[in-house]
Design a protein around this ligand. Structure first.
Ligand code: ASC
Length: 129
Protein backbone atom coordinates (compact mmCIF):
# COMPACT_ATOMS: atom_id res chain seq x y z
CA UNK A 1 0.00 0.00 0.00
CA UNK A 2 2.85 2.40 0.83
CA UNK A 3 6.03 2.55 -1.24
CA UNK A 4 8.25 3.63 1.65
CA UNK A 5 7.94 3.79 5.48
CA UNK A 6 8.03 7.60 5.27
CA UNK A 7 4.96 7.53 3.03
CA UNK A 8 3.00 5.59 5.67
CA UNK A 9 4.10 7.94 8.46
CA UNK A 10 3.16 11.00 6.41
CA UNK A 11 -0.17 9.41 5.52
CA UNK A 12 -1.17 8.58 9.09
CA UNK A 13 -0.08 11.98 10.38
CA UNK A 14 -2.03 13.73 7.62
CA UNK A 15 -5.13 11.68 8.39
CA UNK A 16 -4.87 12.41 12.13
CA UNK A 17 -4.43 16.12 11.34
CA UNK A 18 -7.67 16.16 9.35
CA UNK A 19 -9.52 14.11 11.97
CA UNK A 20 -8.34 16.44 14.77
CA UNK A 21 -9.40 19.50 12.78
CA UNK A 22 -12.90 18.25 12.05
CA UNK A 23 -13.36 16.67 15.48
CA UNK A 24 -12.15 19.90 17.04
CA UNK A 25 -14.94 21.87 15.38
CA UNK A 26 -17.51 19.56 16.95
CA UNK A 27 -15.69 19.49 20.30
CA UNK A 28 -15.74 23.30 20.38
CA UNK A 29 -19.53 23.18 20.10
CA UNK A 30 -19.81 20.46 22.72
CA UNK A 31 -17.70 22.57 25.09
CA UNK A 32 -19.70 25.72 24.43
CA UNK A 33 -16.73 27.43 22.76
CA UNK A 34 -18.61 27.67 19.47
CA UNK A 35 -22.34 28.01 18.88
CA UNK A 36 -24.08 24.66 18.40
CA UNK A 37 -25.26 24.10 14.84
CA UNK A 38 -26.60 20.59 14.27
CA UNK A 39 -25.97 20.70 10.52
CA UNK A 40 -22.35 21.84 10.86
CA UNK A 41 -21.80 19.27 13.61
CA UNK A 42 -23.23 16.50 11.43
CA UNK A 43 -21.07 17.53 8.46
CA UNK A 44 -17.91 17.50 10.54
CA UNK A 45 -18.80 14.25 12.29
CA UNK A 46 -19.40 12.62 8.89
CA UNK A 47 -15.89 13.65 7.85
CA UNK A 48 -14.39 12.28 11.07
CA UNK A 49 -16.32 9.06 10.55
CA UNK A 50 -15.09 8.67 6.98
CA UNK A 51 -11.48 9.29 7.96
CA UNK A 52 -11.41 7.50 11.32
CA UNK A 53 -9.94 4.16 10.29
CA UNK A 54 -7.54 5.44 7.64
CA UNK A 55 -4.55 6.19 9.88
CA UNK A 56 -4.85 2.75 11.46
CA UNK A 57 -3.83 1.20 8.13
CA UNK A 58 -0.48 2.98 8.24
CA UNK A 59 1.28 1.52 11.31
CA UNK A 60 2.87 -1.39 9.46
CA UNK A 61 6.24 -2.94 10.23
CA UNK A 62 9.23 -0.66 9.69
CA UNK A 63 7.22 2.53 10.23
CA UNK A 64 8.38 2.95 13.83
CA UNK A 65 11.26 5.33 13.30
CA UNK A 66 12.13 8.58 11.60
CA UNK A 67 10.12 10.85 9.33
CA UNK A 68 8.97 12.82 12.36
CA UNK A 69 6.93 9.99 13.80
CA UNK A 70 5.63 10.48 17.33
CA UNK A 71 4.53 6.87 17.64
CA UNK A 72 6.03 5.12 20.63
CA UNK A 73 7.65 1.69 20.30
CA UNK A 74 4.68 0.40 22.33
CA UNK A 75 2.53 0.53 19.18
CA UNK A 76 4.45 -2.53 17.98
CA UNK A 77 5.73 -4.05 21.25
CA UNK A 78 2.21 -3.91 22.76
CA UNK A 79 0.30 -4.59 19.57
CA UNK A 80 -2.67 -6.03 21.50
CA UNK A 81 -2.89 -2.91 23.65
CA UNK A 82 -2.69 -0.68 20.60
CA UNK A 83 -5.40 -2.72 18.89
CA UNK A 84 -7.62 -2.44 21.97
CA UNK A 85 -7.11 1.35 22.08
CA UNK A 86 -7.80 1.62 18.35
CA UNK A 87 -10.97 -0.49 18.68
CA UNK A 88 -12.19 1.76 21.49
CA UNK A 89 -11.65 4.80 19.29
CA UNK A 90 -13.43 3.23 16.31
CA UNK A 91 -16.38 2.28 18.53
CA UNK A 92 -16.53 5.80 19.99
CA UNK A 93 -16.53 7.34 16.50
CA UNK A 94 -19.37 4.99 15.49
CA UNK A 95 -21.39 6.33 18.43
CA UNK A 96 -20.44 9.88 17.49
CA UNK A 97 -21.63 9.22 13.94
CA UNK A 98 -24.98 7.99 15.24
CA UNK A 99 -25.26 11.00 17.56
CA UNK A 100 -24.43 13.38 14.69
CA UNK A 101 -27.31 11.93 12.71
CA UNK A 102 -29.78 12.65 15.53
CA UNK A 103 -28.71 16.32 15.69
CA UNK A 104 -29.29 16.16 19.43
CA UNK A 105 -26.87 18.32 21.41
CA UNK A 106 -26.80 16.16 24.53
CA UNK A 107 -26.07 13.01 22.55
CA UNK A 108 -23.37 14.73 20.52
CA UNK A 109 -21.80 16.18 23.66
CA UNK A 110 -21.68 12.77 25.35
CA UNK A 111 -20.24 11.11 22.25
CA UNK A 112 -17.64 13.87 21.84
CA UNK A 113 -16.56 13.21 25.42
CA UNK A 114 -16.18 9.50 24.80
CA UNK A 115 -14.38 10.03 21.49
CA UNK A 116 -11.99 12.62 22.95
CA UNK A 117 -11.29 10.23 25.80
CA UNK A 118 -10.43 7.50 23.32
CA UNK A 119 -8.01 9.85 21.52
CA UNK A 120 -6.35 10.75 24.80
CA UNK A 121 -6.30 7.16 26.06
CA UNK A 122 -4.33 6.07 23.02
CA UNK A 123 -2.03 9.11 23.00
CA UNK A 124 -1.08 8.60 26.66
CA UNK A 125 0.33 5.14 25.99
CA UNK A 126 1.27 5.20 22.34
CA UNK A 127 2.24 8.75 21.30
CA UNK A 128 5.17 10.92 22.32
CA UNK A 129 4.34 14.26 23.95
C1 ASC B 1 -8.91 16.59 20.20
C2 ASC B 1 -7.63 16.23 19.74
C3 ASC B 1 -7.18 15.22 20.50
C4 ASC B 1 -8.20 14.86 21.49
C5 ASC B 1 -7.70 14.93 22.89
C6 ASC B 1 -8.83 14.67 23.85
O1 ASC B 1 -9.63 17.45 19.75
O2 ASC B 1 -6.96 16.76 18.73
O3 ASC B 1 -6.05 14.60 20.40
O4 ASC B 1 -9.27 15.79 21.28
O5 ASC B 1 -7.15 16.19 23.14
O6 ASC B 1 -8.36 14.68 25.15
Amino acid sequence: QFQKPGDAIEYRQSAFTLIASHFGRVAAMAQGKAPFDAKVAAENIAIVSTLAKLPLTAFGPGTDKGHGTEAKAAVWSDAAGFKAAADKYVAAVEKLDAAGKTGDFAQIKAAVGETGGSCKGCHDKFKEK
